[in-house]
Design a protein around this ligand. Structure first.
Ligand code: ATP
Ligand code: MG
Length: 443
């Protein structure tokens, strides 16, 4: 195979003085002179200026390059030179070939100015052109950060002997309550898209004891918020014999590990997005404090927020609570009435459940929800009945308790939310290539 050269390496100087072949897309053109022109070429690793001279490349090649519009694909060959100009290294082109031209009647619609006018990517125009917007430097950077987050989650769990395990996406019952269930026709019956892997993971808990996944979950979130998607990536774990406290240690562990990997692998990209690396280091190194739900309610009331004991905390309240946090905080012991049936009541005070949410600082709010599961048959039946949930779709789930139930727990982490927070982005849709919400399934 021909040697692959990367623009990122050219920019770091490792190819100075060498003949290289670069493959990429036209990012910008400059000059357009009769004898010399400048093409800024982009590949997945960066951009570099290419100097094209008519007397070197010949007339027809010079014209081809001159006519190549933004986002035309191109192969260029030449020598790398280091220069005093701000970009440091450039290519003196000896030959060039336009591979995939762009039709002048349909120029690439997304320009830097379109992005600025669109206020950082929030307009319908950029969402309509999302398939093209992916090529912009901001989105490319986001996708790289996202890949690091996924890699870090896998390595955290695999290094600790967790088994990756897959659950079905078509299911018969809710995990998180009926209001966000997506119903799908299923051969004359109704099925639902899963809201979580958890219930089926609990079935494998007696077999594998330590298991995890990363998979999409689906929730029919009607209101459009900065942190809800209808299809999101959910990293979930389940662990046998574990207490709420032990599950929290893993939640803290995986989030720290992600922050550390970001610093190791993506410092440059984080800085490009304006993220202070010291702040990220705090997420990797400082302990995450624990706070009971009741303390959070007191803290909110003392800030003048109207909240009644027993309410779940929505985003507006989490935002106020976390605005001046510097590291993630755990909130534990929510009221039993605020949480679904699978949460285990606290034996010391059954008004509460043994659960936790991990709230990201800087106003971002919940990134993890987890806790201990109700694990005896009597207790699960009592919880299902008090919630008024039909038992029938959950028979398999009750069986897990009937046949050798053990204490266990787990959590779900919203991967897209973690990416949004670590990138310092304003909106969750910045952190996923094709965001899905109540109004959009295209492109
Ligand atoms: P919220 O109260 O913010 O709607 P939740 O309590 O319903 O979240 P859980 O059921 O605890 O969420 O799900 C576990 C994790 O999955 C959450 O902590 C969050 O990070 C993520 N998550 C949940 N719903 C969504 C969504 N619609 N879009 C993106 N991530 C989500
Ligand atoms: Mg939750």
């Amino acid at each position: 195979m021909a040697k692959q050269y990367w623009i990122g390496d050219v920019r770091s100087g490792v190819h100075d003085g060498e003949e290289v072949e670069l493959k990429g897309w036209v990012h910008r053109t400059r000059g357009g002179g009769k004898k010399i022109q400048f093409v800024v070429l982009r590949d997945s690793t960066g951009i570099v200026q290419c100097v094209v001279k008519k007397d070197v490349v010949g007339d027809s090649c010079f014209d081809d390059v001159a006519n190549a519009l933004i986002e035309s694909s191109m192969i260029v060959r030449g020598r790398v030179e280091s220069t005093d100009r701000e970009h440091g290294h450039e290519l003196q082109v000896e030959s060039a070939e336009v591979v995939g031209p762009v039709n002048p009647d349909r120029p690439f619609p997304i320009t830097e100015s379109a992005m600025t006018e669109a206020d950082g990517g929030e307009t319908e125009f950029l969402l309509d052109n999302r398939h093209l917007y992916l090529r912009t430097s901001r989105m490319t950077t986001m996708l790289k950060l996202r890949s690091t987050v996924f890699g870090a989650i896998h390595s955290y769990f695999r290094d600790r002997d967790f088994i990756e395990y897959q659950a079905p996406n078509f299911v018969a019952g809710a995990v998180e309550g009926g209001s966000t269930l997506f119903e799908v026709p299923y051969f004359g019956r109704k099925a639902y898209l899963t809201q979580s892997w958890q219930l089926y993971a609990e079935a494998a808990m007696p077999a594998l004891e330590r298991l995890y996944t990363m998979a999409p979950s689906f929730r029919a979130e009607k209101s459009r918020t900065r942190r809800h998607l209808t299809e999101f990536w959910h990293a979930e774990m389940e662990i046998a014999w574990a207490s709420n406290e032990e599950v929290m240690e893993h939640g803290e562990g995986v989030v720290r590990h992600i922050a550390r990997k970001m610093l190791d692998e993506r410092s440059e990209e984080l800085s490009e997005l304006g993220r202070d690396l010291e702040v990220i280091a705090g997420f990797a190194d400082s302990p995450y404090p624990r706070m009971r739900y009741d303390e959070a309610v007191d803290a909110l009331q003392s800030k003048g927020v109207e909240i009644e004991w027993g309410q779940d905390l929505d985003y507006s309240k989490e935002k106020i609570l976390t605005d001046d946090f510097e590291v993630p905080h755990f909130l534990t012991h929510y009221p039993r009435i605020a949480k679904p049936f699978y949460h285990r009541p606290d034996p010391e005070d059954p008004k509460y459940v043994l659960c936790h949410d991990l709230l990201a600082p800087e106003g971002y709010g919940e990134i993890i929800g987890g806790g201990e599961r109700t694990w005896s048959e009597d207790e699960i039946l009592e919880r299902i009945d008090e919630e008024g949930t039909p038992r029938e779709p959950y028979e398999f789930y009750i069986d897990i308790r009937r046949y050798g139930g053990v204490p266990h727990g787990g959590f779900g982490l919203g991967v897209d939310r973690v990416c949004t927070w670590l990138a310092g982005a304003d909106h969750i849709r910045e952190a996923i290539p094709f965001p899905r919400d109540s109004r959009r399934v295209t492109p």
